[in-house]
Design a protein around this ligand. Structure first.
Ligand code: SAH
Length: 238
């Protein structure tokens, strides 16, 4: 655990810039962490790398920081996408949090026949992703798309979709063999899995490769985490 807070701040960065923190961050820095003038925090904005920032002014209601040194240059993550059917409650938060920690670039919720959650709050998804990015030291926030139908999500993806097929018969990720340079996405279904019609649709597409995640049936959040770990191992930056 780092001993100074690391915060995502949506503001252009340059040395010497003075930046007011939002209400939540100000509360965290002043009241929770009890930092004082001249204490340092770490900040990133998703575009300009990571900076160390000194507290210039701090009160119960507002905190202003000044950027003092650049700690890290911005770096791009592997262009990996996760298509997932939103599920209920904390397991869905788990998918967003863990996918962010595992370095996903694009989070794309999809509507399938058995998706129980039919409406999503992308603002809330974003807050979960920001918290995870602050904690895991990545330098950007994953892009989060609006909910899309499975068919248009898959057909509109300009790369290979590795379809986590719990019905068996899929290849191991090691044997999926997408073409070099292909964009890669993982597709994980809802708790009730995919319908026969959806499997048929997926298997008939040339940009879809069915893959297996072992011999056991995993819950949707576990499947996303396990699948992304493997994706990062074979096509990412692990
Ligand atoms: N249809 C199942 C459970 C679905 S598990 C049932 O109710 O019995 C949720 C999702 O996780 C699946 O749609 C699939 O995408 C993924 N998944 C789970 N276990 C898997 C495995 N062994 N191989 C590939 N994908 C798996």
């Amino acid at each position: 655990m780092r001993d100074n807070p690391r915060l995502f701040i949506n503001f252009p960065f340059s040395i010497g810039a003075e930046i007011p923190l939002c209400k939540e961050h100000a509360h965290y820095v002043h009241n929770v962490m009890r930092l004082k003038d001249d204490d340092e925090i770490t900040v990133f904005n998703g575009e300009d790398g990571e900076y160390s920032a000194k507290i210039k002014y701090s009160s119960k209601k507002s905190v202003v920081v000044e950027l003092v040194t650049k700690l890290r240059e911005q770096e791009n993550l592997p262009d990996l996408t996760l298509f997932f059917a939103p599920i209920k409650g904390h397991r869905n938060d788990n998918i967003i949090e863990k996918a962010t920690e595992l370095g996903i670039a694009n989070l794309r919720p999809v509507l399938t026949e058995r998706t129980i959650v039919r409406k999503i709050n992308t603002e809330k998804y974003l807050l979960t992703a920001i918290e995870a990015a602050e904690q895991c030291e990545r330098l950007n926030i994953p892009k989060i798309s609006e909910l899309n139908y499975l068919a248009s999500a898959v057909e509109g993806f300009d790369g290979k979709v590795l379809f986590a097929d719990e019905a068996g018969g899929g290849k191991t990720i090691a044997n999926a063999n997408p073409d070099k340079g292909d964009r890669i996405a993982l597709l994980v279904g809802p708790e009730g899995g995919f319908s026969d019609k959806e499997r048929e649709f997926l298997l008939s597409h040339t940009n879809v490769i069915p893959i297996a995640l072992g011999k056991r049936i995993l819950r949707a959040d576990t499947a996303a985490i396990a699948g992304l770990t493997l994706l990062q191992t074979f096509y990412g930056d692990f």
